[in-house]
Design a protein. Structure first.
Length: 137
């Protein structure tokens, strides 16, 4: 039992790490496909805070995709490699990504519509779907 708990913790942490790498990759790719408004520094939190009011809805596409796809990937991996509690581990990964997403919402002055879409659509639904896909025979 103790080994299984440690195993699940390691699975969740590694899944979070991989999902976070995917998330960051998409975030970094976004400005190359949809350039930020002129003069906006998207490389620092201070730059984002100072210029968030200049962003149009199209600028939020890649952050949403990063959150959803990163969560999906992490949850999928957690469910796929878990020996037991596959769905639970996928949901735990989704909850942890949700906590990270909620903290970002509080740190950055994002529009309310994006905060709602992101928190409701990008994390737990993606973790649930990933868990279902991972255990499908």
């Amino acid at each position: 039992m103790k080994n299984q708990v440690i195993n699940n913790i390691l699975i969740i942490l590694s899944s979070l790490f991989i999902g976070s790498l995917i998330n960051m990759g998409i975030i970094l790719l976004g400005p190359h496909i949809i350039p930020p408004p002129n003069g906006v520094d998207v490389t620092t939190m201070e730059g984002l805070k100072a210029s968030m009011h200049l962003f149009q809805p199209k600028h939020f596409l890649f952050p949403f995709m990063a959150h959803a796809i990163g969560t999906f990937a992490g949850a999928f991996i957690a469910a796929k490699i878990s020996k037991i509690n596959k769905k639970r581990n996928a949901i735990i990964v989704g909850l942890l990504f949700l906590v990270g997403g909620a903290s970002d919402i509080f740190l950055l002055p994002t529009p309310l519509w994006f905060a709602i879409c992101d928190l409701i659509g990008a994390y737990l639904p993606m973790a649930y779907i990933a868990g279902k896909f991972a255990i499908k025979k």
